[in-house]
Design a protein around this ligand. Structure first.
Ligand SMILES: NC(=O)c1ccc[n+]([C@@H]2O[C@H](COP(=O)([O-])OP(=O)(O)OC[C@H]3O[C@@H](n4cnc5c(N)ncnc54)[C@H](O)[C@@H]3O)[C@@H](O)[C@H]2O)c1
Length: 337
């Protein structure tokens, strides 16, 4: 049986990934420190659900504890590591930048050291569409330049990408970086728009609609996203023997077993239409508090996911209305409203 170590296993994406991997017959070993960035009860409930499966085990500690992490990983003997633990969130990075430096830089370095020490087959780590920053060429492709991050969150993720490249090169450590685009779905994060909008509409409180609704996001349904991750676990990058070997549109490094892959929905949805879809699903109008764009925010993101498709044959496909329907159903059930 193959073992995958998932960091951030009690997180939104980590939970869904672990659930899929367990269903597909993997053994999953998780680590999560249950940070209080948002309600840890939600994280504990996610871990409790995973623990119902025999193939799952997890410990609660901080990945900043390098020795403990290495001991834990050595015991687990993973074939692959999927590193999702992070201080996430674009806006919070203006309030508490140090949390991003600690977990995303030092914590990620500790995970890379583990992967090197253990000689895992494949290290996969989460980056974000935020690294495209001020890019205006859309849809965003992995081969575009991405060196204008607008927040410290994006900057730490960009740093993770280049740190990953150096280890892939120095230690011949196959490494894939994912760039996720606004991920949504059941068990989602309370700091994200869908959760806040659903809560506001159900409770009859105003919702903040940034840039007066003139925002576009490539919303990726979480179950689609984790399927993409699972397929990439077996898509191990190899250093090409020459630059000519790299296919057009492939982000493969010419000097390392390293690649960056977007996982998005290949589509962009206007914020106003997104709110309309949630209103319709709940059957109640939103009280919209229109606001200017927030510092560090970008008006649009849109993924070119053709590299994911050419590597794995898979393309995310859940329609926004269907995804919103499943989220609202989960929310009503979970909070009994
Ligand atoms: N959700 C999205 O739309 C999105 C978009 C782009 C990138 N990402 C990235 O995907 C990854 C997963 O995001 P998510 O939405 O599941 O977020 P999440 O906050 O739900 O999950 C992250 C988990 O990591 C844990 N964690 C944080 N710091 C830790 C530390 N020092 N030690 C151990 N555990 C720690 C948290 O407790 C949390 O459970 C993150 O790297 C995030 O930056 C997410």
């Amino acid at each position: 049986m193959r073992t995958v170590l998932v960091t951030g296993s009690a997180g939104f994406i980590g939970f869904h990934l672990a659930r899929l991997l367990l269903a597909e017959g993997f053994r999953v070993v998780g680590v999560d420190s249950m940070t209080d960035y948002y309600d840890p009860t939600l994280k504990r409930r996610r871990h409790a659900m995973l623990r119902e499966s025999n193939g799952f085990s997890a410990e609660e500690f901080d990945i900043l504890e390098a020795e403990r992490l290495l001991d834990f990983a050595t015991q687990a003997r993973p074939d692959a590591i999927v590193h999702l633990a992070a201080q996430a969130g674009v806006r919070y990075s203006l309030q508490n930048p140090r949390a991003y430096i600690d977990t995303n830089l030092t914590g990620t370095f500790n995970v890379m050291e583990c992967a090197r020490e253990l000689g895992v087959e494949h290290l996969l780590m989460a980056s974000t569409s935020s690294v495209y920053g001020a890019n205006v060429e859309m849809p965003y492709a992995e081969t575009h330049k991405a060196d204008t991050p607008l927040t410290i969150y994006a900057a730490t993720k960009k740093a993770n990408e280049v740190m990953g490249h150096s280890y892939a090169h120095l230690w011949n450590l196959p490494t894939t970086m994912f760039r996720f685009f606004t991920v949504y779905g059941p068990w989602g994060r309370p700091d994200m728009a869908l959760f806040k909008f659903t809560k506001g509409i159900i409770e009859g409180t105003p919702i903040d609609v940034y840039n007066h609704g003139e925002m576009w996001r490539d919303f990726t349904y979480v179950e689609d996203l984790v399927r993409g991750i699972m397929l990439l676990i077996d898509t191990v990058p190899q250093t090409p023997s020459s630059r000519e070997e790299i296919a057009a549109g492939d982000s493969l490094s010419p000097v390392a077993p390293y690649r960056v892959v977007n996982i998005g929905n290949n589509d962009k949805v206007r914020l106003e239409d997104f709110v309309d879809a949630i209103e319709q699903e709940i059957g109640k109008p939103a009280i919209r508090n229109y606001m200017d764009i927030q510092p560090g925010d970008v008006p649009a993101t849109w993924a070119d996911s053709s590299l994911l498709e050419s590597l794995t044959g898979y393309r995310p496909q859940t329609e926004i209305r269907e995804g919103v329907r499943r989220f609202v159903a989960w929310y009503r059930d979970y909070y009994a409203v």
